[in-house]
Design a protein around this ligand. Sequence first.
Ligand code: AMP
Ligand code: MG
Length: 566
Amino acid sequence: MDTLYFDLRDTRAIQRDRTEKISEAARILREGGLVAIPTETVYGLGANALDENAVARIFEVKGRPQDNPLILHLSGQQWLPRYCADIPPMAFALTRKFWPGPLTLVLKRRNNVPDRVTAGLDTVAVRCPNHPVALALIRELGLPIAAPSANLSGRPSCTTAREVLADMRGKIHGIVDGGPCAIGVESTILDLTGPQPRLLRPGGVPVEAIETLIGPIAIDRAVTAPLPKDERPKSPGMKYRHYAPRLPLTVFSGAPDATAREISRRMCPRTGIICFDEYKELFPYQEVRTIGPYSVPAEQARRLFSALRAFDESACTEIYAQCPDSRGLGLAVGNRLKRAAGFRVVESDTQRIILGLTGGTGAGKSTVLEIIEEMGGSVLDCDRVYHQLLDENEELRFELRRAFRTAFSIDGTLDRKKLGEEVFGKKDQRARLDRIVFRYLLPVLEQKIAAVSEGLCAVDAVNLLESGLDRLCDATIAVTAPMEVRVQRIMARDGISEAYARLRISAQKSDEYYRSKCDYELNNAADTRELFIKETRVFLRRLIDGLQEEKRYGAREKKKGRVIRE
Ligand code: AMP
Ligand code: MG
């Protein structure tokens, strides 16, 4: 098949020439052909969306899995009711602000949208592209254009017509060249069919801009992490490895200085490098593609896919890439990079993060600590430091002996259990003990925390808040659980009676207390331990990422309230 080439790069081309080329391309579409079209995001492989056969050919040509639905490209929001049902008012608020532009909405479909387009789902994805040529084509056709990105399935998207030719020459009827894409990454996909708006794919419209308009949105887990094998993706496209160059790619995330250092440490002579402009000089002997300054993610978005493709024709054997942070378009750029790498990501951060953990007995603090250790973090067990101190510090023992005589035997050995009983349920005695102990313990703990130079450290302290240690933490987390669950757990764990379990719990501060005083709460109400572990991992990952960014950029506001749970 000959692939016709329509050059529409020159926006000042004489009107007649433009009109002719556009009506020719529209004619091909009307007759069931495939035409690659320029949009502001990436090039699209277009077909008449209402023509089942033409749509089927898109899947064939791309080698795209049948269950990965397409986006309908409309000429404006006035077309929404033709193809979508039950449109919430929020959809119009969004289209008014962001259309034409890189925001795709997932809405309930109407029956005139072919099953092939939606892959049989009862929802349809729609957007209005912000490119004069694409818009002129849709208007000329008078119908929506169904278009995935104009690359072979699994490959980096195309941001120039030349790249489309490389993948599609001879396979489709035409290519319309509208110049390089202004945005360079695909649209942001927002699902409006659930109880809360949900981000399915970060893209050309930053999450922050959407949240400014409609408030907090849920971020699908698949956006930042690979899907666990047993999990069903909300958007079928999330299942597949995407955007991949021919060479194996490794992504380095973290502060740019740290990632550059880590890349230099690990690279071999034939490692290709994708880096920010500022770091080019660090790799004089490597093949390097820059993607723009570190602080300009919009430029990185524009240049990323071409950089990935450029290595296809190199003598390199692998690619290492610096990952931007997740602010603004950085979220989309990082998402594409990580997917292109099949989630081979090296965390290169050396920032220290101190998390304070507290909560009553039996709620699940130890489980959370185990997860932190598994993530490579260290744990400062304040209780253990306290016990060591009791054994070693003569002055402390002397003061305690004066205050709690009965807990000591005649030869001066301390009976810790007795000491516990002395203060159990007695407020003023408890306060007295704390006062003495904190005076000795706090300087030791403070010193230990100060000695943590990098990485993650969890401070495990029942008295985190009362001692003031919380002030040394980057974030405090209360681990809580429903009363009955805690009773059962400590009965089983410590082999004690139900009455005693209840007594122990009631002698402690309430969940409400911890909840109100800590920055975050991990409520262990999950049905199973596995589920709690799973949720906690996701929570901690997000929290740590957020804290690291805060540290890097000195952002003040805490990211409280972001929806984390499914
Ligand atoms: P592409 O056109 O290759 O950029 O892919 C379009 C993306 O939109 C894919 O990730 C699809 O899974 C997603 N998508 C399209 N329609 C729907 C839908 N009805 N529900 C959820 N995701 C969709
Ligand atoms: Mg694609």
